[in-house]
Every structure is written in structure tokens, then in C-alpha cells.
Design a protein around this ligand. Structure first.
Ligand code: DGL
Length: 291
């Protein structure tokens, strides 16, 4: 696809929203990066918390939920692109989604192993993610592709995404302590882990707890910013970016409040609280049923 020449009429898709989904509130860490990178775009964020967590289910379940959520966003919100703001759903379902929705640009997220390998000094890297992500063929081949470049210590974090989802401080602290202890010694000396990959979009919301456990020198890597840049590139290739023309027509109708729409299959109050806590936003959250 080509980018339309400057001054060309806006594409009919440019004003359509970008769909973003996660099993719960974790994808808000990606949404934050998307909104910063693409301030003129409209977003529809869907939290599938009525069916979460995904990370300890089997692949078939995660595929089924991802298909249902995508179908809903396409049919009810006419999304022009989909961001799978969930490492688990990306690992288990993105291939199937790309087959099912072949006209829809779909951007996934994967644990930031590549950037970790290139920036780590000790070449010893800790990786926290869900069991589904770590057991996936996608993750194994990513790991394989970096063989010899760094030593990765992998830790499944059962229950941590759920504790973050529920904002259960006691469980978050206990999980973070257990999982970082299992990874080994953190630090800058040879053989120590100097980098921690947060391979689940929920984990950046436990940043402070993790930081207190591993110390100030450890570099944390997550995937939100690269995902936002990739979304920008893909939309530009399609000629579907919302430009100043789209923003101006929105401004004329006073539609700016509609830049972010929030949906949940779970309790609106918990998504609302997470938005307030982490993004300092208090928009309305609409409950939806997606069978
Ligand atoms: N936020 C999701 C991820 O990035 C997983 C949370 C869950 O287990 O549902 O993997």
C-alpha cells in the first residue's frame, strides 16, 4: 500500500477508531503509549475481564475469546485496526485472528526479548510472563532466534495478572517477591540479571513493587512504545491515519470527548478505578456482553 500524496482527500477509514483489547486492565499500559504516539486517533478499549485471566487457560480458550472480542469490535465499532494489547492473546491467537480478519491490520505485542538482548551489559536477563505466553510456539521461536546472544531466565507468574486486575496489594507484593526471588541475583556484576522483561501488559502496573525488590540499576522493558510505533507505521501504509483534517472535522462537531471509548465484559467499576489510578482519566465505562 502507498501513503496518499499530501493534500489528498482523507481516506474514508481515517476517522474510524482503533480497537485495543486485553483480558483486563493490563492493556491500559499499551493504550497509554498509543495515545501518546497517535494523539489524533480515536480508540475503543475493550477489557475482557469477565473472562479473565487468559494466562492460565488453554490456547483454545484464548483463541475463542480473542475471536469473539475482535468480531464484536469489527461489527459494532467499525475499527480500522486492532491492537492486541495482551502478550498471552498475541502468543496464542494472533495467527488465527489474522486468518479470520484478513482485511484488518492487526498489531500484537511480544515480550521485549530482542531489545533486552541488545541493551543488556551482563547478557543475563529475567523474563516474567504468563504460562500461556511462555509455553507458546511463538515465544519458543523468539527465544530460539536469540540463542547465543544472551542468557534468559524465564519465570511464569501464576496469579500475578489476576492480583493486579483486582488491585490486591498483598497478593501483588507476595507474587512479585516470589517470582523475582526465583529469577536469581539482580545487579550489574557478571552473571547477574541487569534487565527485566515485563512480558505481560499487566506487570508495568506493579513497577514500583518490582523496582523495590530488584534495585534501581535494573532496566525494565515492556512493549507498549514499539507497539504504538508499529500501529502508526501500519496505518500510514494504509493511508488510514487520522490527520489534522479528521481532527478539525471532529472539533467542528465537538466530538473530542469521543476520542476514547471504554468497554468491559466485567465490572465497569474496576476498569474505571484502574483508569483513574494509572491514567488519571475518568471516562464512562460501558458494560458489554460478548458470548
Ligand atoms: N495482560 C495479559 C498479557 O499481556 C495477560 C493477563 C491474563 O493472564 O489474562 O499477557
Amino acid at each position: 500500500m502507498e501513503t496518499p500524496p499530501a493534500g489528498a482527500a482523507p481516506s474514508t477509514r481515517a476517522s474510524d477508531p482503533i480497537g485495543v483489547f486485553d483480558s483486563g486492565v493490563g492493556g491500559l499500559s499499551v493504550l497509554q503509549a498509543l495515545r501518546a504516539e497517535l494523539p489524533l486517533e480515536r480508540f475503543v478499549y475493550l477489557s475482557d475481564s469477565g473472562h479473565a485471566p487468559y494466562g492460565e487457560q488453554d490456547d483454545a480458550y484464548v483463541i475463542r475469546r480473542s475471536q469473539a472480542v475482535t468480531r464484536y469490535l469489527v461489527d459494532h465499532h467499525r475499527i480500522k485496526a486492532l491492537v492486541v494489547a495482551c502478550n498471552t492473546a498475541t502468543a496464542a491467537a494472533i495467527q488465527q485472528l489474522r486468518q479470520d480478519f484478513s482485511d484488518l491490520p492487526i498489531i500484537g505485542i511480544e515480550p521485549a526479548l530482542k531489545p533486552a538482548a541488545s541493551q543488556s551489559q551482563t547478557k543475563h536477563i529475567g523474563v516474567l510472563a504468563t504460562r500461556v505466553t511462555l509455553n507458546s510456539a511463538k515465544f519458543r521461536s523468539l527465544l530460539q532466534s536469540l540463542q547465543g546472544q544472551a542468557h534468559f531466565v524465564i519465570q511464569p507468574c501464576d496469579g500475578l495478572a489476576d492480583a493486579i486486575e483486582r488491585d490486591d496489594a498483598t497478593k501483588i507484593a507476595a507474587g512479585c517477591a516470589e517470582f523475582t526471588r526465583a529469577l536469581g541475583q539482580f545487579g550489574k556484576q557478571p552473571g547477574e540479571l541487569d534487565t527485566l522483561v515485563l512480558g505481560c501488559t499487566h506487570y508495568p502496573f506493579a513497577n514500583d513493587t518490582l523496582r523495590a525488590l530488584v534495585g534501581p540499576s535494573v532496566v525494565f522493558l515492556e512493549g507498549g512504545v514499539p507497539v504504538a510505533r508499529q500501529t502508526q507505521r501500519l496505518l500510514a501504509q494504509h493511508g488510514w491515519l487520522a490527520g489534522p483534517d479528521v481532527a478539525a472535522s471532529r472539533g467542528a462537531t465537538g466530538d473530542d470527548a469521543g476520542l476514547l471509548q471504554l468497554l468491559t465484559t466485567g465490572a465497569p467499576a474496576s476498569l474505571q478505578a484502574a483508569l483513574q489510578r494509572w491514567l488519571k482519566l475518568s471516562p464512562e465505562v460501558q458494560p458489554v456482553v460478548i458470548g
